[in-house]
Design a binder for this molecule. Structure first.
Ligand code: HEC
Length: 145
């Protein structure tokens, strides 16, 4: 008799622990930092990936078109200019202030302003810039070229 109720107790505790872990995991995965939300909302991933966080490029009409062309895609002229880098490690090189100024078109890189015209308040831009500056993952991108 004792054995049976002990088994039930053990099972009960096990179930409770499972449910608890399930809950904490679910709430943890929902907590996307506000800066990251701004990144996604402003479609920075139209051009940039953040591989370290699994953020991929949004499917663009242009990419879709090239895909539909299949082997003919090679005949279409490639876009000139500097490609948008993966941002996984950009915070190792750029400060929040630099990124904020870059996003605000106050500074240039390779003689040009940022391609993206970012239409948000200075406060939100700063939150976004600060979040981008926390991206210090390992990467082989050479940002300060
Ligand atoms: C239309 C495409 C496009 C979009 C959208 C875009 N970027 Fe960029 N971004 C670029 C390109 C191209 C470069 C590289 C410029 C260069 O090196 O001269 C760049 C560079 C950067 C850099 C500097 C990287 C370095 O080399 O130091 C940061 C930081 C950055 N972008 C952040 C963002 C953020 C944040 C957003 C969203 C608000 C965004 N970008 C949206 C095209 C884009």
């Amino acid at each position: 008799m004792i054995k049976k109720s002990f088994k039930i107790l053990v099972l009960g505790v096990f179930a409770a622990v499972c449910i608890f872990i399930g809950f904490t995991n679910a709430s943890a995965s929902k907590k996307i930092p506000f800066g990251e939300q701004l990144f996604l909302k402003n479609k920075c991933n139209k051009c940039h990936t953040i591989k370290a966080l699994g953020i991929k490029k949004l499917p663009s009409k242009e990419n879709q078109m090239l895909q539909n062309l299949g082997p003919l895609a090679g005949l279409v002229k490639k876009k000139k200019g500097i490609k948008p880098p993966d941002l996984s490690g950009v915070g190792k090189v750029r400060s929040a202030k630099w990124i904020n100024d870059w996003l605000a078109h106050k500074i240039r890189l390779h003689g040009k302003h940022h391609k993206k015209k970012l239409d948000i308040s200075a406060r939100l831009r700063w939150i976004l810039a600060k979040w981008v500056s926390t991206l210090k993952y390992k990467t082989n991108v050479n940002y300060k070229k």
